[in-house]
Write a protein that binds this ligand. Structure first.
Ligand code: VAH
Length: 342
């Protein structure tokens, strides 16, 4: 056999080994999504099913799943505070990855502080303890820019800075970050996490957060050509279109562990804008659209959060990147919400 033929053969054998490894990993994976009916969970479940196969992603929530989720793969009702049922599912399904997305968001958490603290923290501790006992290889848990507070630098907020959150949601996310880092350092539980900004999506309505105005405004602009915003015109906040958030989530979960320089939670900046700037962008498509402002209790929450954060560490560690800027997101949101409202 000529040398070049043996090289070709070796390369072919190497390629097929790589291919077998890739498909074995994909086929071996079994994913549990906790909170599949929420704003992130509903879209993330669908994306994970595209990657790993519909039967490989078990969707769970305390309430029924949206039809798209229920109709594309296994779904179970699960209260994540029920540790014994969670353990049953983890063992029976031989779960290899948990996406724990269930939480009470900022606005709603202020209405029920103790109950929200209990749900946000006890659910996380259930997941971490069972991941430790059952040696679940990987966990995803969302943090939030809510971990920052009024004493945090508001512009170009760094990965490491002052963090004195003054909301129940922010306190629970800050405590959660410390626990996921503790379980990694002490027990090797491999949890990955992102400090999501406000997330904007058209597939599910937002659920009780301070950034919900940036979702509601599109529905109101199309239905009524006007919107009364519960934040003031110049309330700048970091936001992110859901497709970018989903891709960043899967990218950090698929990143090589050796590339991760931190085990708390990564800043992801997205796109920062104010209600006034967003309204101007919408007016480019609906010239007659009018916005008014009537700040409510969520103004104080928004004022305690950064206007724009720095995500250089995520970009360096695992290649964080974005597809959507404000004009592109506005166009897609108006187009898709318009289709939903027809
Ligand atoms: C909230 N949407 O408003 C969530 C998010 C940064 C905000 O964590 O509570």
């Amino acid at each position: 056999m000529l040398p070049c033929q043996s090289v070709t053969l070796l390369l072919q054998q190497y390629f097929f080994l790589l291919l077998r490894e890739f498909f074995n990993n994909q086929l071996m994976e079994k994913i549990l999504v906790i909170g599949c009916s929420g704003q992130i969970g509903s879209e993330l479940t669908l994306e994970l099913r595209k990657i790993y196969g519909e039967s490989k992603v078990i969707a769970t929530d305390i309430r029924p799943a949206p039809s798209e989720v229920a109709g594309t793969g296994p779904f179970e009702i699960l209260d994540v505070l029920d540790a014994s049922k969670l353990q049953l599912i983890l063992e029976h399904e031989k779960i290899t990855q948990i996406y724990h997305l269930a939480a009470i968001l900022s606005g709603n958490a202020e209405k029920r502080p103790l109950a929200s603290w209990d749900i946000n923290m006890r659910s996380l501790m259930n997941v971490l303890e069972l991941a430790r006992e059952l040696r679940i290889p990987k966990i995803f848990w969302p943090s939030s820019i809510a971990v920052f507070g009024p004493t945090t630098p508001r512009f170009d907020t760094p990965q490491y800075t002052i963090m004195e959150p003054n909301t129940v949601y922010g306190i629970s996310k800050l405590a959660g970050e410390r626990w996921i880092e503790y379980y990694f350092n002490k027990y090797g539980v491999d949890t990955r996490s992102l400090r999501y900004p406000g997330l904007i999506s058209y597939k599910t309505e937002a659920g009780g957060g301070t950034t919900d105005y940036a979702v509601e405004i599109f529905y109101e602009a199309i239905k009524h050509k006007k919107y009364e915003c519960f934040l003031g015109p110049d309330s700048a906040l970091p936001m992110m279109f859901m497709p970018d958030a989903i891709h960043a989530t899967i990218d950090v979960m698929e990143a090589d562990a050796s590339k991760l320089s931190l085990r708390s939670s990564y800043n992801v900046a997205g796109i920062s804008f104010t209600p006034k700037i967003l309204a101007e962008e919408i007016k480019k498509h609906i010239p007659e659209f009018e916005i008014t402002y009537k700040p409510d209790f969520r103004q104080a929450i928004a004022d305690s959060w950064p206007a724009r954060i720095n995500d250089d560490v995520a970009k360096k560690d695992w290649g964080l990147h974005y597809e959507f800027d404000l004009p592109k997101m506005t166009y897609v949101m108006l187009h898709e919400v318009g289709k939903k409202l027809q």
